[in-house]
Design a protein around this ligand. Structure first.
Ligand SMILES: [Mn+2]
Length: 339
């Protein structure tokens, strides 16, 4: 399969690298690393992502070369860090998917248990033993003799650090550390990368004050297991352009003793209500809670959107009640295991 991949790359002059509609440090780092590596190999490379690159990733030089439109001419596409078609909504909506499907398409990914696979993929290089797509690209580069320099090395390191949360989660393996060591030998400076990342994540002084307000307004309920905060339209209007309020408060909720679930409820002037649900590892109920309100997501991160005439107070009360029920089912499961 790797020889086949090499052949496709040899045969292509222009290559487009695609990220799904949920770009993160791994997908962007991987895309930019490939741009550099393939560029060094004499290829003309363009970068596509259906949505704008989020602000927190803009410390990576080259993020602004990622376009929301497919280039007019390319011989080959490479999809990084995704193997489900549902994450390419924008490509489908704009009728650009057929275009991608009409050319060879290679997938570099590390996700398992994928539903709705990409039907037009020509070669699928998914490896679930690596921490990140960045790590997969590094391994491929070594195997296929692709040139890694300090520029692509920085992008690969950024990709790895993104998915492993700074080498701290269980995606990190001994091989991940070996690659980090190799990249350090190459001259990639992790402390400098970290400094750049922190610099762009710094909050506006007004946001510091707003964080205090969110903490003040947080309700602790269900015996202190649920932390919930309501963010009304006025706050969204004033603060969202500066910082995502959910990102500001939910990590604090989850770092509070006794708290297992964090819910941030946003209410808009048009009546819409949305919620972001985050859970600690001992209470994997996020998707169940979201599903109750017609939403969805993963065990530890989920959300929902309500268009009906419910008031924020009603939604909050219902959230509390459901959380209490769901936590009781976990307790029952634990008890029956122990007995
Ligand atoms: Mn990834």
């Amino acid at each position: 399969m790797k020889q086949e991949l090499q052949q496709f790359i040899n045969d292509a002059n222009s290559i487009v690298v695609l990220q799904a509609d949920n770009p993160d440090a791994d997908s962007l780092g991987s895309a930019l690393a490939l741009e550099q590596i393939l560029g060094e190999m004499g290829k003309s490379v363009s970068l596509y992502c259906g949505v704008d690159i989020p602000g927190y990733l803009k410390y990576l030089p080259g993020w602004d070369r990622v376009g929301t439109e497919l280039p007019h001419n390319f011989d080959l596409s490479i999809i990084v860090d995704a193997s489900t078609i549902t994450l390419f909504d924008k490509l489908q909506q704009t009728n650009q998917q057929n275009w991608v499907a009409s050319k060879p398409c290679i997938i570099f990914d590390h996700h398992t248990e994928v539903n709705n696979i990409i039907p037009f993929a020509t070669v699928n290089l998914t490896d679930d033993t690596v921490s990140s797509t960045g790590e997969l690209i590094y391994n491929l580069a070594k195997e296929l003799d692709w040139p890694i320099d300090i520029i692509s090395g920085e992008y690969i390191m950024t990709a790895i650090l993104g998915d492993t949360q700074g080498l701290s989660n269980n995606l990190t393996t001994a091989q991940t550390y070996r690659i980090m060591a190799d990249l350090t030998d190459l001259g990639v400076d992790r402390p400098i990368l970290e400094e750049k990342r922190r610099e762009i994540s710094k909050m506006h002084p007004e946001i510091l004050r707003y964080k205090a307000k969110l903490i003040e307004q947080t309700i602790l309920d269900v015996d202190g297991q649920l932390a919930l905060v309501h963010i009304p339209q006025d706050d969204i209007t004033k603060y969202s352009p500066l910082y995502n309020p959910n990102a500001l408060i939910q990590p604090e909720h989850l770092q509070t003793q006794g708290v297992r679930i964090s819910v941030a409820v946003k209410s808009y002037s048009d009546g819409r209500i949305t919620a972001s649900i985050r859970c600690n590892s001992d209470a994997p109920i996020a998707s169940q809670l979201a599903e109750h309100f017609g939403g969805g997501g993963h065990k530890y991160a989920a959300g929902f959107k309500i268009l009906s005439s419910k008031t924020p107070a009603q939604v909050i009360a219902e959230c509390t009640e459901q959380t209490s029920k769901l936590l009781a089912t976990i307790a029952n499961v634990q008890e029956s295991r122990e007995s």
